[in-house]
Design a protein around this ligand. Structure first.
Ligand SMILES: Cc1cc2nc3c(=O)[nH]c(=O)nc-3n(C[C@H](O)[C@H](O)[C@H](O)COP(=O)(O)OP(=O)(O)OC[C@H]3O[C@@H](n4cnc5c(N)ncnc54)[C@H](O)[C@@H]3O)c2cc1C
Length: 392
């Protein structure tokens, strides 16, 4: 086993670091979650334009479509460095989901029309999959699309749609054949969010921030040219990923940075003549957390290494996703407790410590174990595909 990177890869890491040193001011660092305020969106858009100028928005896309054509290891390095520096990346739905789908299944017109908007950081996409009654069992979705002349007419509702309130376009799954078995009657559409009949209602999350939304469709007309691939094949089309690095290494990098700040704070802070570290369990808890984060990084490197060798990580990627999201919760919990009473203060308070980071993450990391497949679903994948157990 050799976890060293090649010389070329180390050179690429230096290049990414130099870019971040030059282009990302500490006050422009983002959050590891969605962009939740107009001001942060503005900062993120500015940063994304710089990435676009460097050709670094769509690392894994082929060069002919405006991507960087990065190897799996280069993607890993890029993702790790960006996350460690809390680079405010937006439009992951564009770069990681709809872009690759169009590259594989899109018509020439769809590619020409939509791919440059993503690589130039001009168009933000949202992902319209989940519905009030369909999340883990997504194939049960009920939003309907009915062909009418040159259009499809869409009626129904999506929920938890991240960034829909900032997005100009949405890709969505809708049912085109209600008689077919559930996976076989679904189609994949591109929707202009300005279309009449689309209503976006932001939802406030547990931290009181706007991140995701409800989106309602009432007789929304979508031109038939916005159907991607064949009608009723949307379920399979929606699973397209290209050669996308699936290690979740950004979770490990974000946690490493957070822990470093927490350790520095705890070591420096004096209270009543003593240190926050006077309680013996504080040192042990921080040490325990460092171990967990390192284990998580190892899981991520393993996933990338499987992909780098041409394999397809499956339960390994589920394990890393689950582990990172739960470590993030434990770290937020530890941070909020170590800060004692300050741990209950939000970023807006002048008495908040570390900009209220751990308090906010205590709330915001709840969603990390749900988004992109809940922890229970990841455990199901590990049980069936990893351990070979029969389905429950
Ligand atoms: C921060 C955040 C951002 C999101 N962004 C988007 C987005 O942009 N677009 C989008 O389409 N969706 C988005 N989602 C929705 C997300 O995909 C769903 O919440 C997720 O798939 C779970 O679905 P659900 O909420 O309907 O819960 P359910 O599927 O109803 O699950 C409820 C509970 O039952 C458990 N459960 C369900 N099925 C099983 C099973 N087979 N075995 C064991 N336990 C099970 C679940 O783990 C969970 O604890 C987002 C969610 C969050 C939290």
């Amino acid at each position: 086993m050799d976890f060293r990177f090649s010389e070329g890869e180390e050179g690429f890491r230096r290049e990414v670091r130099e870019f971040l040193d030059a282009e990302l001011a500490p006050e422009d660092e983002g959050e590891p979650f969605d962009i939740r305020t107009e001001e942060k969106l503005h900062t993120a858009n500015r940063f994304m334009k710089k990435l676009a100028g460097r050709g670094w928005i769509a690392m894994h896309w082929p060069k002919e479509y405006g991507g960087y054509g990065a190897s799996v290891m280069e993607q890993l390095i890029y993702n790790e460095e960006m996350a460690y520096r809390r680079a405010p990346l937006v439009n992951q739905s564009g770069t990681n989901m709809v872009g690759p789908t169009l590259i594989v299944y899109g018509s020439e017109e769809q590619k020409t029309r939509h791919l440059p908007g993503i690589t130039n950081a001009e168009v933000i996409w949202s992902q319209g999959y989940s519905e009030p009654q369909s999340g883990s069992d997504l194939a049960s979705l009920q939003t309907r699309a009915v062909r009418d002349g040159d259009d499809y007419v869409i009626n129904g509702q999506k929920i938890w749609t991240s960034n829909a309130h900032h997005s100009q376009w949405m890709f969505l799954l809708a049912r085109t054949d209600p008689e077919a078995p559930k996976h076989k009657g679904i189609s994949f559409f591109l929707l202009d969010m300005e279309s009449p009949g689309v209503e976006v209602r932001p939802l406030l999350n547990v931290a009181g921030q706007k991140g995701f939304n409800e989106v309602f469709f009432e007789n929304v007309r979508v031109p038939a040219e916005n159907l991607v691939g064949e009608e009723n094949r949307g379920w399979y089309i929606g699973a397209t990923l290209l050669d996308f690095e699936r290690s979740n290494v950004s979770g490990a990098a974000t946690a490493r940075r957070d822990l470093e700040e927490l350790v520095a704070y705890a070591a420096a802070e004096r209270r009543d003549g003593g240190s926050l570290l006077d309680a013996p369990q504080a040192r042990h808890q921080l040490a325990e957390m460092a171990i967990e984060i390192e284990v998580g990084r190892g899981m991520s490197y393993r996933v990338a290494s499987i992909q780098d060798k041409g394999g397809i990580p499956n339960h390994e990627a589920s394990m890393a996703k689950l582990f990172h999201s739960e470590v993030a919760q434990r770290l937020a919990n530890l941070g909020a407790r170590l800060l004692r009473l300050h741990g209950g203060l939000r970023e807006e308070s002048k008495h908040a410590r570390l900009a209220g980071k751990f308090t906010m993450e205590y709330m915001n990391t709840l969603g990390a174990a749900i988004a992109g497949g809940t922890s229970e679903i990841q455990r199901n994948v590990m049980a069936t595909r990893g351990l070979g157990l029969p389905r429950g």
